[in-house]
Design a protein around this ligand. Structure first.
Ligand SMILES: C[S@@+](CC[C@H](N)C(=O)[O-])C[C@H]1O[C@@H](n2cnc3c(N)ncnc32)[C@H](O)[C@@H]1O
Length: 202
């Protein structure tokens, strides 16, 4: 599998220095996670800010996250959903997500976030079984890369027309060519982190 460097350099440094609006709480979570051996899995502050803005642009109230880790992206998105919003999170690690849960509570956002510890496919199928097909405004896929195709298909069913599917790390997976040919969505790639695909359901 082809691997690519992270998008970075002078432009990323400039954005981080001049365009970040990160609350002290988010920064604390990012810095705590930054000390972990698995820190590289965390999205950047800039990516979190972009995701939150995308959620606000489409007026998202219901979102799904596949891959939560220590909860930084969930914190950014849940905040943007507003007080009547709901975010369903999928992860398999009690240990990592316990860190997120503490910060979500401190931010007063824990009541908007429903985290299920189970393989994401099982959780996504559970949401479909609850009748949430076409009811979700935004989905973020950021978990085990080998299942991205199946996560994408489930999320495409869950998301409404005009809803967004964000997919992290596409530059690592080589799935870009397949996505590019998918006529069910409008597409772009945000040059942030390892590259984040943004697919809008037609
Ligand atoms: C790249 S990290 C997510 C980063 C997170 N979005 C953030 O903002 O920091 C990937 C996560 O996917 C989770 N994961 C791995 N395999 C999974 C599976 N089959 N189902 C659900 N989650 C899984 C891992 O436990 C890990 O927390």
């Amino acid at each position: 599998m082809k691997s690519w460097p992270k998008i970075g350099g002078a432009l990323a440094d400039y954005v981080d220095a001049n365009w970040l609006r990160e609350s002290p709480l988010k920064r604390r979570l990012r810095e705590q996670t930054g000390k972990m051996r698995q820190a590289g899995m965390q999205i950047s502050a800039h990516q979190g800010q972009q995701m939150a803005l995308l959620a606000r642009i489409i007026g998202a109230k219901r979102a799904v996250e596949v891959g939560t880790f220590t909860g930084y992206s969930a914190l950014c998105v849940a905040e943007a959903l507003g007080s009547d919003g709901k975010l369903w999170c999928c992860d398999v690690s009690e240990e990592w997500t316990a860190i997120g849960r503490r910060y979500w509570k401190e931010a007063g956002l824990d009541n908007r976030i429903e985290l299920t510890i189970a393989p994401a496919l099982q959780t996504l199928d559970g949401l479909l079984a609850k009748g949430l097909a076409g009811q979700i405004d935004m989905a973020f896929i950021d978990a085990n890369k080998n299942d991205y195709d199946v996560y994408y298909e489930r999320c495409l069913t869950l998301v409404r027309k005009g809803g967004l599917i964000l997919i992290d790390n596409v530059l690592w997976g080589g799935s870009d060519a397949k996505l590019k040919a998918d006529q069910r969505v409008e597409l772009t790639l945000f040059a942030v982190g390892d590259g984040m695909t943004c697919a809008l359901k037609r």
